[in-house]
Design a protein around this ligand. Structure first.
Ligand code: SF4
Length: 483
């Protein structure tokens, strides 16, 4: 503890972008309760695990981490440990049985109750468990401590109405609940007024947005409306679902300049029988049809995907259909996962569960094909001029001293600065020409100032302002600087 009163906190996040956003709210709640982020390398007074339940080893990882914290808790009896997120929603009080030194367990629908649960646990000297089965209120009204000054996650819906047989999310996050468009647009306007220039619209299934208030075209309308917001440079979204991916969304992407030419759309398998067993409610041709339409409407779009290898019953031929699909679709990035049996999902009870060895072998084969294609697609970017949203100004950890950021199609770009060019800030935009391509990134080494354009943005201003404020606060609190 740095001073007698000020408690430090740490939020450890596992899983998807929804969890990352929930963790920003957990940090906001703890700072609202007067706590400060712990310095790197130190053990916090309050440690919160925001857990994921998608993969089998998620449980093992959590209990291993909780075990590692027990000695610190013995040293610091004021220390508190809380567990939230999907695994807490699934396991509830089981967590206390397995780790009785945990002080609070809360679910995915009541993250707002964390500070009260910690207070109650401290006051009653007794662990608190509070899990609710459905969302009372959208967590968007909770205080948020964003990780970035110029980029923000904005949730448009929670939960999912689909029933993919391998997925545990609907049973933990509930049926889809949609925020009203006006509320979302107001939040985006408020974020832009704070200096945010890039937003990512979040939902388990963004393109079924509006189902709750009966407007099938609501997502495309939301993209267009957000596109009108002055000062907003970049709009991204995750995750769409192929089954509900409609032409109006492609048109909205193509006709709204600040909607980025990037689409991450989970395929999961390239074989129709496996897609049927997964209950993914689309087939190969529909998926390829969408890819085709997107490539025609947005020629420079980068399309990435998720694929599960080794789903129960998947034969070698069916696996090869997936490999062929990856070769045909030519994804910019292909996130490949080994099937993970999740108790409580229909797929867990399917016959013909495939051995780990066969799954591992298929996984490696598909990864090799996907990475080769990703690199070939990256090589097509050489010579192209790209606009990069600077994320890291290269002073801290890039051995080459290159700066790093994301292009409009979300490709990672490392770029150097020619002699005499002023270093842009994180949040500024730099336009450079790609000179080299790696498997997962692009490189740009402009030689003279005429080969690079830097545009200072309100995002860069926000980064500078918050950096100065944090420095003032650190000095005031005279605690070790947080790296
Ligand atoms: S769409 Fe399927 S995989 Fe995605 S969250 Fe919903 S049930 Fe899970």
């Amino acid at each position: 503890m740095t001073s007698t009163q000020t408690r430090t906190y740490q939020v450890r996040t596992y899983g998807c972008a929804m969890n990352v956003h929930d963790s920003e709210r957990l940090s906001g709640l703890l700072e609202g309760a007067g706590m400060v982020p712990v310095a790197e390398g130190e053990t916090a007074d309050v440690v919160v695990f925001n857990t994921c339940a998608v993969r089998e080893n998620a449980d093992n990882k959590l209990y291993a981490n909780l075990g590692q914290l027990l000695p610190s808790k013995k040293v610091n009896p004021n220390m508190q440990i809380a567990v939230g997120g999907c695994l807490a929603q699934k396991d509830k009080a089981v967590i206390l049985k397995k780790a009785p030194w945990v002080d609070a367990v809360f679910g995915t629908h009541n993250i707002g109750s964390l500070p009260a649960l910690l207070e109650r646990a401290r006051y009653n000297q007794e662990a608190q468990v509070e899990i609710v089965e459905s969302l009372e209120a959208f967590p968007s009204s909770l205080p948020t401590k964003r990780d970035s000054a110029y980029s923000a996650l904005v949730s448009i819906s929670v939960g999912c109405n689909n029933t993919c047989t391998f997925c545990i999310v609907p049973s933990l996050r509930g049926k889809e609940r949609d925020r009203r468009p006006g509320e979302i647009l107001a939040e985006i306007e408020a974020l832009v007024s704070e200096g945010v220039i890039e937003i990512t619209l979040l939902g388990q299934n963004v393109n079924s947005y509006g189902v709750e208030f009966g407007d099938k075209g609501a997502f495309a309308k939301l993209l267009r409306a957000a596109g009108q917001i002055e000062g907003l440079e970049r709009i991204r979204f995750t995750s769409p679902h192929p089954a509900a991916f409609t032409d109006d969304v492609i048109e909205a992407m193509a006709e709204t300049p600040n909607v980025m030419p990037q689409l991450h759309m989970p395929l999961q398998s390239g074989n129709d029988k496996v897609l049927k067993d997964m209950r993914r409610s689309y087939r190969r041709d529909k998926f390829l049809g969408i890819i085709d339409k997107v490539n025609k409407a947005i020629p420079d779009a980068a399309i990435s995907t998720d694929i599960i290898v080794g789903f129960p019953g998947e034969t070698e031929e069916e696996f090869l259909d997936t490999v062929k699909m990856v070769e045909e679709a030519r994804f910019s990035v292909c996130y490949t996962f080994q099937y993970s049996k999740r108790p409580g999902t229909p797929a867990a009870d399917l016959p013909d569960q495939i051995s780990k060895e066969v799954v591992q072998e298929r996984f490696e084969r598909l990864l090799a094909v996907a990475n080769k294609i990703a690199w070939e697609e990256n090589q097509k970017q050489v010579g192209k001029t790209v606009e990069v949203l600077v994320a890291n100004d290269g002073r801290k950890d890039d051995a080459t001293g290159r700066l790093t950021g994301r292009a409009r199609d979300n490709r990672l770009v490392h770029f150097s600065l020619p002699e005499g060019v002023k270093r842009p800030r994180p949040g500024d935009l730099a336009t450079v020409t790609v000179s080299e391509a790696g498997p997962y990134h692009l490189i740009a080494d402009p030689k003279t100032s005429s080969e690079i354009t830097i545009r200072r943005t309100i995002g860069g201003d926000a980064f500078e302002r918050l950096n100065d404020e944090a420095e003032t606060k650190r000095v005031a609190l005279s605690i070790t600087p947080v790296k």
